[in-house]
Every structure is written in structure tokens, then in C-alpha cells.
Design a protein around this ligand. Structure first.
Ligand code: RRO
Length: 317
């Protein structure tokens, strides 16, 4: 019997719980050269803004010993192009699509949610409250519980009732549970944890910042323990809210760790840049990890690190 790796995203059944994270596979076409996008649990698009955006000047990427710094700056074609070109293409390939949206104002976020609600085939909206590189937008919304909650309330109020709204949060806060709490109170159906951490690298030869944008978002293995901690804390506070866990997942064992901390689904990001077939490989490895601990159902391990009670998982009790 194959292992049961299924998950649910609102009304959408996902064949498996390993998703491609926002930002690392564009709008999916980049992945399709290497893998069948229909076999990824769901593709989360790069964050889409209302208008096309050229992003930040180069260099935009800097490697560090165990992570990648990026200062892409929300480059993208804008919502019109996404809806006309990218979304239909993904759907034609049989992919399930989560659309990540980003805006500079609450009104922009609400408008994006409205546009997506007039469109068929959107499995969920991921509200990117946490881009570290949006210079003209000021501080990311996710750094302040009240501002984060206001965006989510506006998106939830504008999105079709059957499209789940996930809030993507930043780890760069003292109390991520406070931000999660504001988002859940504002109507978020789920949380996506975590975006990149703000970092910096300096080139010792030029003696200048390695990124033209000076600072950038750090992703990759370096941030995985931070992701595990954030997922753990939020799961402990919200036993029943779906969480997409991401942050430095490279292997099935890494995915298992995030599931044990309480993630209901996993998103693989930076590893896709090294291995475009990473989602399928992580899924296969996760199945092997589950078999090794004597289960063939991914759902059985979710939140297990919080301990058991006679009724099952402590966080469900
Ligand atoms: O585009 C980016 O620079 C970017 C985004 Br939108 C994000 O959410 N996280 C990140 O590290 N970079």
C-alpha cells in the first residue's frame, strides 16, 4: 500500500502535502522543465502584485555558507499577466495553485483578492505580509500585529468565501504568536510560516555590501531551526489552524521535523534552486522516514512533538 500523504487546502484535495514555496519556482513553468507540476502537492506562485514590477537592482543574490540571501524586490509581471498567462498554463498542466499576493497598501491587497475571486482554479490565497525587500512599502505588515490583522481582514472580506486565506508571516519579530493571533482573529484560515530572515553580507574584496539592495532575505538550511521554533510556538497556541511550514527544508527528514512541530503541509523553497525535483524527492524521502517510524500516514505525525494524550495528539485535546 502506498503511504497516505494527502492533505486538504480548503475545498481542494491535495495528492500530497509537499508544496513548492513561493518565490523559488516563479509561476511554475521553471519547474515544469524538470518535473510534472501536477505531482507537486500545490504550486505556490511567486508573490504577485497588482502592477508589473522590475524589482531591485543586481546583484540580487549572495550565497552564505548555509543559506542564500536574496534581494529580488518583488519582481513580477503583475496580476493581469499572471491571470492571462501563468494561471491558465498551470491549470492546464493539472497543478493545484496557491496564489501568493503582495501589496503596498491594504487596498491593493483587497483588490488582488477580489481579482482572484473572479477566477476559477485558485486553491488558496497566500497573503505575503513579510517581504523583507519591499523598499517603498516601508516595514513589512507582518512586523506589527495590528497592521497584519488589518490586511487579513481586508483580504478575507474581499476573497470568495470558498477560497482559504493563509497569512505568510515573518520570523523577524519578538513574538510571532502575537502576529499569528491577530491574523487568525482577522479571519485567516491558515498560516504560512516562515518567510526569510533579514540578513546582510559584505564583500571583503570590494568592501561593500554584496547585495545592491544592501539587505536581503536569508533562506536555506541556516533558517530551519527558526522555522521549527516558529511552527512549534504557533501550533501550541492554535491547535486547529492549518500551517504551511517552510524554511530550509532539504530532505524528507527536515520535512518530518516540521510536521512533528505542527506543520500540516510543507513548502520546499531554496532547495529547488539546487535540485529542481526537490519536491518529489522530499516527498519520497518523507515516505521512507514515516515507514521507518512505523506509520504510512503523514497526518499521524503532525504535531506529535507536542506530546500525546490518551485521546490522541495533545494539541488536539
Ligand atoms: O521578492 C523578494 O525579494 C522576496 C519576497 Br516577495 C519574499 O517574500 N521574501 C523574500 O525573501 N524575497
Amino acid at each position: 500500500m502506498p503511504a497516505d500523504m494527502r492533505a486538504r487546502l480548503g475545498l481542494t484535495d491535495l495528492p500530497n502535502l509537499v508544496l513548492s514555496a513561493s518565490g523559488c519556482a516563479g509561476a511554475g513553468r521553471e519547474l515544469a522543465q524538470f518535473i510534472d507540476v501536477a505531482r507537486v502537492g500545490a504550486v505556490i506562485s511567486k508573490s504577485i502584485m497588482a502592477e508589473p514590477h522590475t524589482g531591485n537592482p543586481a546583484p540580487r543574490l549572495a550565497e552564505t555558507p548555509s543559506g542564500l540571501l536574496n534581494s529580488v524586490g518583488l519582481q513580477g509581471p503583475g496580476m493581469d499577466a499572471f491571470l492571462q498567462r501563468d494561471l491558465p498554463w498551470l491549470l492546464s498542466r493539472g497543478a493545484r495553485v496557491v496564489v501568493s499576493i503582495a501589496g503596498q497598501t491594504i487596498r491593493e491587497f483587497a483588490g488582488l483578492a477580489t481579482r482572484l475571486s473572479d477566477t476559477a482554479g485558485v486553491s488558496a490565497i497566500e497573503v505575503n505580509l513579510s517581504c523583507p525587500n519591499a523598499e517603498d512599502a516601508g516595514q513589512p505588515f507582518a512586523l506589527d500585529p495590528q497592521r497584519a490583522g488589518s490586511v487579513i481582514a481586508a483580504v478575507r472580506g474581499s476573497a470568495r468565501y470558498d477560497i482559504p486565506v493563509f497569512a505568510k508571516l515573518s520570523p523577524d519579530v519578538t513574538d510571532i504568536v502575537a502576529v499569528a493571533s491577530a491574523c487568525v482573529a482577522a479571519g485567516a484560515d491558515g498560516l504560512s510560516l516562515i518567510n526569510t530572515l533579514l540578513g546582510m553580507a559584505i564583500d571583503p574584496v570590494t568592501m561593500r555590501p554584496a547585495l545592491a539592495g544592501k539587505y536581503g532575505g536569508l533562506s536555506g538550511p541556516a533558517i530551519r531551526p527558526v522555522a521549527v521554533r516558529c511552527v512549534w510556538q504557533v501550533r501550541a497556541a492554535f491547535p486547529d489552524v492549518p500551517i504551511i511550514g517552510s524554511g530550509g527544508v532539504r530532505t524528507g527528514r527536515d520535512a518530518l521535523e516540521l510536521l512533528l512541530a505542527g506543520a500540516s503541509m510543507i513548502a520546499v523553497g531554496t532547495e529547488i534552486i539546487h535540485d529542481p525535483s526537490a519536491c518529489s524527492r522530499v516527498l519520497r524521502e518523507l515516505e521512507e522516514e514515516l515507514a521507518a517510524i512505523g506509520t504510512d500516514r503523514a497526518a499521524d505525525v503532525i504535531g506529535q512533538a507536542h506530546g500525546r494524550t490518551p485521546r490522541g495528539l495533545a494539541w488536539r485535546a
